[in-house]
Design a protein around this ligand. Structure first.
Ligand SMILES: [Zn+2]
Length: 314
């Protein structure tokens, strides 16, 4: 017996699958449908933080902000490589654009927008929130929107803090975001420690609303036994073997949650200038840069993605 099932989901209207009951029982069919749904139908959020290799907080002790213009600019070429890969897999993503980059590469931002990706803001200066007052941050976010908005077709409704720096002590930033029309944020790691950021431990792993109404899409962690394992991109993607990342991300989907994946254009660039750094920082920044593009392609083959705006249905 073959049982056709029509799915009516937010992103997949009226798609029909056929469950074959010939060699199984109803329980197996239900299990197969659940697995199929979680692995094949669940649509995850793909995101890129558009900044150059020298903007990273890790490098700030070696390259000050007023030296950025003196550095070799590599964001254009790296982002174009990502765009061509996304086009090949017919996949849309969200790009969190640093205002400083948009000021210098307006054509690139127009290209990203015209290829159907969502444009959101990563602030202007890449200063972490703990280094700013609410007034500083207000000016920073306003400047980024002022630069980016005329280059694109839709309003900017999303924000990601530099170095994921929305934490328990910087939640004041949410009211500033609301003032500027931001609807969702994706800046919080729901664990006690990650690279360069302390996160907010014990936070829910799922999408939720802050008390002021801003939607939060926390950076994805898999739950393994009693541990939360960050597996959503960046240095974790470069440090973990690909099969481990895939296993952890599948676990997130099987728990019924879409995951959010993030990467920076410099992370696919093994030829970027190298700075002498302490071992841990160097490992975090330079490990497996030559493998990341290939891994990103495998990720696009193994999972389905779209922009945050579409995953959230807003
Ligand atoms: Zn950043």
């Amino acid at each position: 017996m073959r049982l056709p099932v029509t799915l009516s989901l937010r992103h997949i209207e009226g798609r029909t699958v056929v469950i074959d009951l010939t060699h199984g029982n109803k329980f197996k069919a239900a299990g197969a449908l659940r697995l199929w749904y979680h692995e094949q139908v669940m649509i995850n959020a793909l995101t890129f933080d558009l900044e150059d290799w020298f903007c990273v907080s890790n490098l700030s002790p070696f390259i000050s902000r007023n030296e950025w213009d003196l550095q070799e600019q590599r964001a254009y070429h790296n982002t174009k490589r990502i765009l061509s890969l996304l086009k090949r897999y017919d996949t849309r993503a969200t790009f969190f654009i640093l205002g400083w980059i948009a000021e210098r590469l307006p054509e690139l931002i127009r290209d990203i927008d015209s290829e159907g990706h969502e444009i959101a803001t990563h602030g202007y200066s890449h200063r972490v929130l703990s280094e700013m007052t609410a007034e500083d941050f207000d000016r920073d976010i306003a400047r980024s929107i002022e630069i980016i908005r005329p280059l694109i077709r839709e309003d900017i409704i999303g924000f990601r803090a530099p170095t994921f720096s929305i934490r328990a002590d910087t939640l004041w930033a949410l009211n500033v975001l609301k003032k500027h029309g931001i609807i969702y944020d994706s800046s919080v790691f729901p664990i006690s420690f990650t690279a360069g950021s302390k996160g907010i431990p014990n936070l829910t792993l799922a999408v939720f609303r802050h008390t002021n109404g801003i939607i939060e899409f926390p950076l994805s962690c898999a739950e393994v036994l009693f541990l939360r394992v960050p597996c959503s991109g960046g240095c974790f993607f470069r440090l973990f073997p690909y099969n481990l990342t895939r296993h952890l991300l599948r676990r997130v989907n099987r728990d019924g949650r879409p995951f959010i994946f993030y990467l920076h254009p410099w992370e696919i660039d093994p030829d970027q200038p190298r700075m002498k750094m302490p071992f841990i920082d160097s490992m975090r920044h330079y490990t497996n840069l030559d493998r990341t593009y290939g891994r990103l392609e495998r990720l696009l083959q193994d999972f389905q993605f779209t922009s945050i705006r579409k995953v959230l249905g807003i």
